[in-house]
Design a protein around this ligand. Structure first.
Ligand code: MEZ
Length: 532
């Protein structure tokens, strides 16, 4: 139920609906897309970036907020920690309790390694939980990993590390089978075949889903598996500094109890960073679809010990964040809404772009509509465009919305909006960190031995833009492989004397670069308190 201010625009949307369903908006050419991105995508707004003055990525541009965290001081001094007193001694230490960390833990445990997960909130409090629309895999007769590769490589502006992307797409069908065998309730036809749909930039229907709570369903299954296997999970405890051994290899982490701030030492033969994304950094003031704990912690930990980042200057702004009502500002409106037929419509009821352009292009298109074109709808707290959800029922028949995207229906129904009958207002929301820590195809960082990374903290799998459903996929593919490789590798590792010498070395590098800061990192949790 919308108030009076929206009436005129709503009438225009309704009046144009039938014609809008019938008309097919052609996709943009490559040149048109490049021009649109350069003019409107937040990644191209030079004033929002700073140069890293020291550390492994010295000279490179990253968002101001990330630059601050990567250049900040440690939360501790080496002298605060007694490295002779080991609180946890394991083969594989996994930092992060989301999908990637859990998948890694299961496979590491399969190698016989002693595994432990440490997480600053609880297992499952992660972006995995927030992913809605599905997970890609080329497992239908008209598709192949090669076609999946071409879609993702092009969608990522040909910047993905090709060996990582090849692994992603080739291991995808096996990842779906693994999840299905573990008990994920994928949407299936009566004969048992998986129901698959398109996402932005896909040339085949390869999105496997559990309605519109695919990530939550996958996380439920992984969490059950971790807990049923008795894999230890230390929750409400964050890793605030990595520990190296005297040979410069990753050898554990300093942990901090989030309530008491007690410091603990975890020694490990191998460490896996699976700390997820950075939406709660609110780059450029954007709202976010991310979990409360998404504060780029893993990037900070890895950077301080010398691991290189890749594409840390590129973020994904999901085109359709909820823009109204205010209570759900920035919440994810799954791309599946567009996969099922809803189109993006401006204030005057005009479809202004193909609904399934890749995410960066779609986000830039919406920003242009709301800025220079002046065709946005005033929501009272900004501009937005319509996503014409009633088209879904018109195309797929009555009941499609309730059957395929029930969570979307409930989210808006809570505020009196029936998305079967009324369109919804959307604007881009900060959704995904395209860049992250550089890894080899075995999941290990090239610069720091025995340090593995999986999930959203990795950079390079998707290039400079990710397609829908390839993140739920990468947490499984690279989570499993990091766990397996770290578990196996730990059998050959003897940990040397533990040190935190890198903290002083990093301080010295900062000083030598002339950078002065009063900030400390990792951030751990966002601070939403009003500041005077
Ligand atoms: O991959 C994603 O980010 C995803 C599935 C999001 C969505 O729109 O549902």
């Amino acid at each position: 139920m919308y108030s009076k201010e929206f009436e005129e625009s709503l009438k225009a949307v309704e009046a144009a609906r039938e014609a809008n369903i019938a008309s097919e908006k052609v996709r943009m050419t490559a040149d048109e897309k490049d021009a649109l991105l350069a003019a409107y995508h937040p990644d191209y707004k030079k004033s929002e970036f700073s140069t890293l003055m020291f550390g492994p990525n010295k000279g490179e541009q990253v968002p101001h907020e990330l630059c601050d965290m990567l250049s900040a001081k440690s939360r501790i001094k080496a002298s605060d920690v007694d490295l002779g007193k080991i609180d946890y001694d394991v083969d594989v230490l996994i930092i992060g309790g989301g999908g990637a960390g859990s998948a890694a833990a299961i496979e590491a445990a399969n190698t016989g390694a002693k595994v432990m997960i440490v997480t600053k909130l609880r297992i499952g409090d992660a972006n995995t939980m927030m992913a809605e629309g599905g997970i890609q895999a080329a497992d239908k007769p008209n598709d192949s990993p090669a076609i999946h590769f071409v879609d993702a490589y092009g969608g990522g502006h040909f910047a993905a590390k090709r060996d990582l992307l090849a692994k992603l797409v080739c291991d995808a069908p096996g990842a779906i089978k693994w999840l299905n065998d573990l008990g994920v309730e994928f949407d299936k036809a009566p004969d048992g075949t998986m129901i698959t749909t398109h996402g932005g930039g896909t040339s085949r229907k390869r999105m496997h889903a559990a309605k519109d709570y695919s990530g939550a369903e996958i996380m439920r299954t992984l969490r059950d598996e971790v807990l049923n296997r008795g894999i230890p999970v230390v929750d409400f405890t964050s890793a605030i500094e990595l520990i190296l051994d005297e040979n410069g290899r990753a050898a554990g982490a300093v942990l901090m109890n989030m309530e008491t701030e007690e410091l603990l030492v975890a020694r490990a033969k191998t460490v896996i960073i699976a700390t997820g994304g950075a939406g709660r950094m609110h780059y450029q003031g954007f709202p976010t679809s991310n979990h409360y704990g998404a504060t780029a912690d893993g990037l900070v930990l890895a950077y301080r010990v010398g691991a290189k980042l890749l594409y840390a200057d590129t973020l994904q702004y999901h085109p359709t964040g909820a823009a109204y009502p205010q209570q759900i500002f920035g919440a994810l409106v799954t791309e599946k809404v567009r996969s099922l037929g809803a189109k993006l419509v401006n204030r005057d009821g005009e479809v202004f772009m193909h609904p399934l352009e890749t995410r960066d292009v779609a986000a830039a298109g919406i920003i242009r509509e709301c800025s220079d074109r002046g065709k946005g709808v005033d929501t009272g707290s900004g501009k937005a465009v319509w996503l014409d959800t009633p088209m879904i029922e018109a195309i797929g028949g009555e009941g499609t919305i309730e059957r395929r995207i029930p969570a979307m229906m409930r989210m808006f129904a809570a505020y009196g909006i029936d998305i079967r009958k009324e369109p919804i207002l959307v604007y881009p929301t900060l959704h995904y960190q395209n860049g992250g820590i550089d890894i080899n195809v075995d999941g290990q960082t090239p610069n720091v031995e025995n340090l593995y990374v999986a999930g959203e903290a990795v950079g390079g799998i998707h290039g400079r833009n990710r397609l829908m459903g390839n993140s739920l996929l990468d947490i499984i593919v690279f989570g499993r492989s990091a766990g397996k490789n770290a578990g196996e590798h730990s059998k050959d590792v003897t940990v040397g004397r533990l040190t935190l010498d890198h903290i002083a070395a990093f301080d010295a590098a900062r000083e030598a670069a002339g950078v002065v800061t009063d900030k400390v990192s990792p951030m751990l949790l966002p601070d939403y308190r009003h500041k005077r």
